[in-house]
Ligand binder design. Structure first.
Ligand SMILES: C[S@@+](CC[C@H](N)C(=O)[O-])C[C@H]1O[C@@H](n2cnc3c(N)ncnc32)[C@H](O)[C@@H]1O
Length: 206
């Protein structure tokens, strides 16, 4: 996969303010209680690492070498055992039913093929396994932001390392064979931000 060196270099600083105000406590709520073998898909610079508290092992899968280098630097601070992988979400090199939980935070917006990625996540999760998502999504049709997301989308995708603003991720998750036990529409980021419509969900693999 192509490396995004500038994106990797800027990522943590770009997110710092919204991590502090919003995303950090959302990550904590979703990740701290995950147990067993956990897969963090598209783990990026490893922002989730400090939030894993109860997992027996976390596998951090990240195909972009520049992001992975940033992630590697955070691994010494992990409080649970960690393994790494360069696998893309669409082709996970893990056996069927080999994980208790999977994590997608700000990644189903960026994977090339979210349907294939979720099909792979479904395959590697044990039946009854947990998928947690924290993702930005398309604004409702009637919202002003919906038009704005579509207008700036192509440029955004170029500068934000492939990120797509207009995905209906909750529906894609359900179509892949997951059932949400909780799904929240978050509107905590400033309304002008193209990534302000977000979802936080916990789903079970059927
Ligand atoms: C916006 S970052 C999110 C990183 C991290 N999950 C977080 O919460 O901060 C999106 C990440 O998805 C990764 N990515 C892109 N395509 C991918 C794919 N096909 N499979 C897995 N990860 C991918 C990117 O390299 C990048 O690290």
């Amino acid at each position: 996969m192509k490396e995004h060196k500038i994106f990797a270099a800027c990522y943590d600083r770009m997110l710092a303010s919204i991590e502090k105000k919003v995303l950090g406590r959302r990550r904590e709520a979703l990740l701290a209680g995950l147990t067993g073998r956990v897969l963090d898909v598209g783990a990026g610079t490893g922002v989730n690492i400090p939030f894993f508290k109860s997992a027996s092992t976390v596998v951090l899968a990240e195909p972009d070498g520049a992001m992975r280098a940033k992630m590697d630097a955070k691994i010494p601070k992990a409080s649970v055992p960690v393994e790494t992988s360069g696998a893309p979400a669409e082709k996970l090199p893990f056996p069927d039913a080999s994980f208790d939980a999977a994590v997608c935070t700000l990644v189903l917006c960026t994977v090339q093929n979210p349907e294939q990625a979720l099909s792979e996540i479904h395959r590697v999760l044990k039946p009854g396994g947990t998928l947690v998502v924290l993702e930005h999504v398309e604004a409702p049709d009637e919202a002003k932001l919906h038009r704005w997301q579509h207008r700036i989308g192509p440029v955004w995708t170029k500068v934000a390392a492939g990120c797509v603003l207009t995905r209906d991720t909750a529906t894609t998750v359900e179509k892949a064979g997951f059932t949400f036990s909780s799904l929240e529409n978050l509107r905590e980021l400033p309304g002008w931000m193209p990534i302000s419509p977000m979802i936080q969900g916990v789903a079970t693999r059927s």
